[in-house]
Design a protein around this ligand. Structure first.
Ligand code: ADP
Ligand code: MG
Length: 225
């Protein structure tokens, strides 16, 4: 069953067309990797899914409530001086639309606590985010995204700038989440990530979709390199 469908989706920034006529679907349970070189439109596509950029033409439909979609943007590693603790950041992930900003209930705190423990960040609960390493920050942001028990997780280059051993840990973590039923849509220009974890692959080139299919089909065809 589809969790997301796009039909002739087009997104522009002024005169620049970042995504042109994209038609594809993501099924529930997929580990869907959007590959392609820099500037090919991967980030814009993810932003369009969460409504961060307007759709110029075409349609996009998600079949899960917005509250069950989490998004981790590409360059959100925290500023050294950002004055928030690990706990504050993770807890803020429980916010839902229509809820007054600073109120958290017992259930929110419980979800945040579980998420923090799942990512092994409880020992840093009162630490400022800026004092953590890149890999630890990524874990905090992931814990924040997991608070709402998303059915669909959108990840933009989640391994960028991380040491390879930390990437390995995160790879297996995403794999576990996917095995447990979470649908993953990940932008990555890391072909290793595709070969290793994807169930389906979409290759973008210069705003257009060049290929979409199973990882086996992708392996068998020229898009491999
Ligand atoms: P990718 O994530 O694959 O590197 P992007 O979606 O970031 O690609 O970018 C696609 C195209 O849109 C590129 O030509 C880029 O320069 C342009 N673009 C991205 N963000 C903006 C923006 N905020 N304003 C103007 N152009 C943008
Ligand atoms: Mg990008």
């Amino acid at each position: 069953m589809d969790i997301l469908t796009a039909n002739n989706l087009t997104v522009t920034y002024g005169s620049v067309t970042a995504v042109a006529d994209a038609t594809f679907s993501v099924a529930g349970g997929d580990y869907f990797i959007i590959a392609g070189s820099n500037g090919s439109g991967k980030s814009t596509l993810l932003k369009a899914i969460v409504g961060l950029v307007p759709i110029k033409k075409g349609h996009l439909h998600t079949y899960v409530p917005k509250e069950e979609i989490s998004y981790l943007s590409q360059t959100n590693l925290a500023d050294r001086d950002f004055p928030a603790t690990v706990w504050e950041i993770i807890l803020s992930g429980t916010q839902r639309s229509g809820k007054r900003i600073p109120f958290y209930n017992e259930q929110d705190r419980k979800k945040a606590e579980e998420s923090m423990i799942k990512l092994g960040m409880e020992k840093f609960k009162t630490t400022r985010i800026g004092a953590l390493s890149g890999g630890q920050q990524q874990r905090v942001l992931l814990a924040r995204a997991l608070c709402r028990s998303p059915k669909l997780m959108l990840l933009d280059e989640p391994f960028a700038g991380l040491d390879s051993d930390i990437s390995q840990e995160l790879y297996s973590l995403y794999q576990t989440l996917n095995d447990d039923g979470m649908t993953i849509v990940m932008a990555s220009h890391d072909y290793d990530a595709i070969a290793r974890c994807a169930s389906r692959v979409m290759v973008m080139d210069n705003s257009k979709i060049d290929f979409v299919g199973s990882v086996e089909e992708w392996r068998d065809n020229k898009w491999r390199n």
